[in-house]
Write a protein that binds this ligand. Structure first.
Ligand code: TXA
Ligand code: MG
Length: 339
């Protein structure tokens, strides 16, 4: 059984973490399954609870008071950076941290190889959610925290999702309500020459980063991916097919080709059509992308309980940029058939 802790019970979470136990914590992106990042015992428990393969590295979460390279090197979280790398880190962190951005940088001596899957780099993030900041500032170590779901499932965006995912596997979840961003952090790798690569798209966009004058490397048509991101990552059980927004919103779009099956239609924004299926949900009421991303995973999570055979899900167009690109990335993973 998982005990749900509120803010007044944060000491219980702190004690558990100090004793190499795990506690799920809220962040602004998704809930994380946290353990002492300096402890191999705690980190091994994270992999065990999630049934996560050891080739998939974990992100290390830090209090924003630790957002200083000299301190991070001193405490063995990072190895020394090149001056150019340090400059890029400073520019990005001063604009977007604390917040939904993870930096991949040379790993320091106190981070166990288990955390980084043997890689010479470590992902670090300074979450902005109030409760995550509060717990991190009261601990003498950083927290390794992957999303608090069983491996291959949708990331949790509220405490109940964590309970549904990890019921018998962990003892505590700290309840901070629903996550405000709703999709996982943008991951950037900062290279020794100051350029960066985006390993996972998220709320902090390519444009946000380029606007700061930072060079973003691309590798032609094949974008570089962070290790461990498998296609079934967000898969629901039910058959899910995607319709690109331009196709769906053509005035003569025809739903009849799906006639033999009961369709559930999920759109990004409100949608009017004479033959719209009776089971219809829009991810946003106000037509704003932030609302779409906030509701995306909870909606994906609810698909299996909808009374229909097939889910049609509107996607951003293939050349979408920014947060729409990140949403498309998650939907493409959800719809890739793992079964
Ligand atoms: O928003 C988030 O990032 C959430 C919250 C809890 O902070 N965490 C999260 O963790 O999404 P997780 O474990 O579900 O995804 C972390 C991904 C790994 O799968 C891997 O792709 C990438 O981060 N990653 C971690 N360390 C890395 C490294 N050293 N090099 C490249 N990619 C890395
Ligand atoms: Mg995950």
């Amino acid at each position: 059984m998982i005990q749900v802790l509120d803010e007044t019970q944060i000491d219980i979470a702190i004690n558990a973490l100090k004793n190499d136990e795990l506690c799920a914590i809220p962040t602004e992106t998704v809930y994380g399954l946290a353990g002492n990042a300096f402890s191999e015992i705690a980190v091994a428990k994270i992999f065990e609870a999630k049934k996560r393969p050891f080739f998939d590295p974990l992100i290390v979460h830090l209090s924003s008071t630790e957002m200083n390279i000299a301190h991070l090197v001193e405490s063995g979280i990072l190895s020394p950076l090149t001056p150019a790398q340090e400059e890029t880190f400073k520019t990005l962190s001063s604009h977007f941290s604390p917040g939904p951005l993870t930096f991949v940088l040379p790993k320091g001596r106190n981070i166990p190889d288990l955390v980084t899957a043997g890689l010479p780099t470590v992902g670090i993030r300074f979450p902005s959610s109030q409760l995550a900041g509060k717990i991190l500032s009261q601990l003498p170590f950083p927290l390794a925290a992957p999303s608090a779901n069983r491996f291959g499932r949708i990331s949790p965006t509220c405490a109940q999702d964590v309970i549904d995912e990890l019921k018998t596997k962990i003892s505590y979840v700290l309840d901070g309500g629903s996550c405000s961003v709703g999709i996982e952090s943008t991951i950037v790798k900062i290279n020794p020459d100051a350029s960066i690569q985006i390993l996972r798209p998220g709320k902090i966009t390519l444009k946000n980063i380029k606007d700061l004058g930072i060079e973003v490397m691309s590798s032609g048509t094949h974008s570089i991916e962070a290790p461990g991101q498998l296609n079934s990552h967000y898969a629901p059980e039910k058959k899910l097919t995607l319709i690109d927004t331009c196709t769906l919103r053509e005035p003569n779009f025809n739903f009849s080709e799906f006639e033999e099956k009961k369709i559930g239609l999920i759109t990004l924004f409100p949608f009017e059509h004479p033959n719209k299926p009776s089971l219809y949900v829009s991810l946003s009421k106000n037509g704003k992308l932030d609302e779409v991303s906030r509701n995306l995973f909870s909606t994906l999570r609810s698909l299996d309980s909808l009374d229909c055979d097939v889910i049609q899900f509107e996607t951003p167009s293939p050349n979408a940029e920014g947060l729409e690109h990140a949403i498309l990335n998650r939907l493409n993973r959800a719809a890739s058939d793992p079964h």
